[in-house]
Design a protein around this ligand. Structure first.
Ligand SMILES: NC(=O)c1ccc[n+]([C@@H]2O[C@H](COP(=O)([O-])OP(=O)(O)OC[C@H]3O[C@@H](n4cnc5c(N)ncnc54)[C@H](OP(=O)(O)O)[C@@H]3O)[C@@H](O)[C@H]2O)c1
Length: 430
């Protein structure tokens, strides 16, 4: 049985096997399958949500499952109907759908866009029930998809309102979290990925590179890179680690699922950019430069450096900084990155970037984090390097502490380390 919460989700990519058609598929199994199959669209559907759908017949026998796999491609429900029409033929499918049920992680769409309306396609299917995990907040769809189904005599069930389906609904909300946040706030979804030792060490002084967590936790980090539109690092990390910031995940059977996310470097004074262009060709700059966005402070960096970066196809964006802290104004970062089509950003460190993302304890700077991915090693590292262990400063505002959603704290084991995923209320991501 797949458990969405408290489960290492990249294993769903490795182990997911669909049941044979006709196998008994109880509602709980169908719900889990819908979540797991949705991951087929990971990294390929933004700005759309990940969506999965499972069909069972009137005796709970499995008919099929499908996902929204890429932006511009068919929605999950339409893909499922198309696949089954092809494999079974239209007449046999119509017979099988009579009295059947569809489990779909998001309300079926009501609008004709790049693809025809899924609610209309389902309306004439003969299904008895459509159970959807989350209502689509998009005003073009909100409640309208369910309305079309009800008009056609199909029982459209909003899972969040039904006690049997509430846990699944919460998982569907988690699955579509980036999209739901984007639509309801207009802001980018920001994740913070932290690897920490038991004593809170996240980095060492200088360019001494160490692995704080084990290999399993690091591969999970690569899975996260696939889930976000972009990954962000601070200037210090570029200078210390020369990270490649690409996706290298051993569970990916289908290499087409692997992709390099956009890379965003927070470098207000251009010190990492100068280093990168000054003959010290760090891998970040050498590999696929066109996917790299370099954020610098307005009036902070010599024009000559900007020109040289742009000649190397690095996109350099000047963003205003806050007077006192000299940190970028987050609303400006949000606007600049969204203009490039980036709807979600995973901040990977280091401690300087973490601290600014968490905001200041005095509330002067608001936090801008929606989800924390914390990888906790059971090692004590600090005293191995008395000269320069850097601990994470959880110097955060009350608003942020209060916004942790207790029902959305997930915990899972990654060999010898622990993974925590902590969702924050949308308001925290200022
Ligand atoms: N444990 C982990 O999960 C992890 C992950 C990544 C890296 N690391 C480690 O972290 C170390 C580097 O950490 P670090 O603290 O020295 O550097 P860092 O966090 O990578 O970069 C800090 C610098 O980035 C710029 N910056 C960060 N946030 C900003 C913001 N909101 N607005 C404007 N500029 C911003 C500033 O540059 P200026 O100083 O030029 O203003 C700041 O000093 C390395 O040793 C690396 O191995 C650990």
């Amino acid at each position: 049985m797949i458990r969405w919460f408290n489960h290492t989700k990249d294993e769903l990519l490795r182990d997911l096997a669909l049941p044979a058609m006709g196998t008994l598929c109880e509602p709980e199994v169908a719900q889990n399958l819908a979540l797991a199959v949705a991951l087929r669209g990971l990294g390929a559907v933004s700005p759309n949500p990940l969506v999965g759908a499972v069909l069972v017949d009137n005796a709970n026998r499995f008919l099929g499952a499908a996902a929204h796999e890429r932006v511009g491609g068919l929605h999950a429900e339409a893909r499922l109907l198309a696949d089954l029409t092809q494999s079974m033929g239209a007449n046999a499918l119509q017979q099988s759908l009579k009295g059947g049920r569809l489990f779909v992680t998001l309300e079926p769409c009501a609008h004709e866009g790049r693809t025809p309306s899924c609610a209309r396609a389902l309306a004439g299917s003969g299904l008895k029930e459509v159970i959807y995990g989350v209502t689509d907040p998009n005003p073009l769809v909100h409640g309208k998809g369910a309305g079309i189904l009800r008009e056609a005599g199909i029982n459209a069930v909003d899972a969040s309102l039904h006690s049997d389906f509430k846990p699944w609904s919460a998982a569907c909300e988690d699955l579509a979290g980036m999209f739901l946040h984007n639509i309801s706030t207009g802001r980018m979804f920001t994740g913070l990925k932290i690897a920490s030792s038991m004593d809170g060490v996240v980095a060492f002084e200088g360019d001494r590179r160490i692995w704080i967590t084990g290999e399993r936790a690091r591969t999970y980090g690569h899975f996260l890179r696939m889930a976000y539109d972009a990954i962000g690092v601070g200037a210090g990390t570029v200078l210390a680690d020369h990270p490649r910031l690409n996706v290298r995940h051993p569970f990916l059977k289908d290499p087409s699922m692997s992709r390099t996310p956009r890379r965003v470097v927070f470098d207000p004074r251009g010190r990492a950019l100068e280093f990168a262009l000054g003959g010290n060709l760090v891998p970040l700059v050498m590999e696929e430069t066109e996917t790299t966005v370099w954020l610098i402070a307005q009036h902070g960096v010599a024009l000559d450096l900007v020109r040289r970066a742009e000649a190397r196809r690095i996109k350099v964006i000047a963003v205003p900084v806050e007077m006192e802290s000299k940190r970028f104004l987050w609303s400006e970062v949000d606007g600049a990155l969204q203009a490039l089509g980036i709807r979600s950003l995973l901040l990977e460190g280091g401690p300087g970037l973490y601290a600014s993302a968490l905001g200041t304890g005095d509330g002067r700077t608001r936090p801008f984090v929606n989800k924390i991915h914390l990888f906790q090693s059971p090692q004590i590292l600090g005293d191995r390097s008395p000269a320069g262990a850097k601990a994470l400063r959880w110097n955060t505002s009350t608003a942020m502490r209060q916004s942790i959603r207790q029902d959305r704290v997930q915990l899972f084991q990654l060999d010898g380390d622990w993974g925590f995923e902590i969702s924050l209320d949308s308001d925290a991501g200022g």
